[in-house]
Design a protein around this ligand. Structure first.
Ligand SMILES: C[S@@+](CC[C@H](N)C(=O)[O-])C[C@H]1O[C@@H](n2cnc3c(N)ncnc32)[C@H](O)[C@@H]1O
Length: 268
């Protein structure tokens, strides 16, 4: 039985993409193996795929032959479409009868402005559905062998954006929570945010990791401490997109890697 057959058996058919509908889907962090079957169904049936810069080329290569790709995001130097332009474009395409796959890196509702697009579609009366994706914060931790939660170490995980409309964001309550912090979009503000976390009382030797281009061939993982983090990133020329994770869970990586090396030895 193929995966499609199995999906059809459990869902009374594979999801059918109706003309005039928009599917707002997550493409995951890069590796096409992390796509959901519903996102794949969208890629196979869409007439138009409106995608962001962070959607991996290997994912776009899975589009059906009939699909037209439209880029909607930031690309070096050129003026980028505004959020309003993108929402209007989705509405116009759907009203013209297209099956529109709006494909975003990671999960559309995690720092992806999927909420605004869904609200615009709802206000325009365009039928849509949301297909979640593997968010970069979780994928990057998995790629780096860092468990997001571990009994006895943490009972919450904080996902935070390193930049946004509120640049005077108060980091102190996050530090007081005493839980690991996973930062998105942080590379350009790293020094400032590290300084704020230190000022709020997070110890200088708190372990920290940077995972850049997670699950792609360009993936890089760097382990450091809060105090040395910004210098390490500079010295090692780590480029976005990257996830930064700060907290005791980072130490678990060493244990997991030591364990898997021992297991490999036992097998060979
Ligand atoms: C606009 S946010 C989009 C997040 C996305 N919606 C998600 O759920 O992953 C872009 C940020 O996601 C993170 N990111 C996306 N893809 C990544 C990857 N493959 N590796 C590391 N970080 C990634 C980076 O922090 C980047 O600055």
């Amino acid at each position: 039985m193929t995966a499609w057959d199995a999906l059809a058996a459990h869902r009374s058919g594979v999801p059918v993409f109706a003309p005039g509908h928009v599917w707002l889907a997550g493409a995951g962090p890069g590796d096409p193996g992390l796509l959901t079957l519903d996102a794949l169904a969208g890629l196979a049936q869409a007439d138009v795929i409106v995608h962001d810069a962070l959607v991996d080329a290997r994912v776009l290569a899975l589009a059906g032959a009939q699909a037209r790709l439209e880029f909607a995001g930031k690309r070096g130097g050129k003026p980028s479409a505004t959020q309003a332009d993108i929402s209007e474009r989705l509405i116009a395409l759907a009203r013209a009868g297209a099956r529109v796959l709006r494909l975003k890196g990671g999960d559309p509702f995690v720092f992806g402005r999927g909420g605004e697009e869904a609200a615009a579609l709802a206000a325009a009366g365009v039928p849509f559905r949301i297909i979640p994706g593997v968010t970069a914060g979780l994928a990057a931790l998995a790629a780096a062998d860092i468990p997001a939660t571990m009994r006895g170490i943490n009972r919450a995980v904080i996902f935070a954006a390193g930049h946004g409309a509120d640049e005077d964001f108060d980091w102190a309550p996050l530090v007081r929570a005493g839980q690991p912090i996973v930062l998105y979009m942080v590379m350009h503000n790293l020094e400032r945010i590290v300084a704020a976390l230190l000022a709020a009382g997070l110890p200088r030797d708190t372990p920290a990791a940077v995972i850049a281009s997670a699950t792609t061939p360009a993936q890089r993982i760097v382990i450091s401490t809060l105090q040395k983090l910004a210098a390490t990133v500079r010295e090692q020329n780590i480029e976005p997109p990257a996830i930064v994770v700060i907290g005791e869970i980072v130490r678990l990586r060493e244990k997991l890697l030591a364990g898997s090396a021992a297991a490999e030895k036992a097998v060979t």
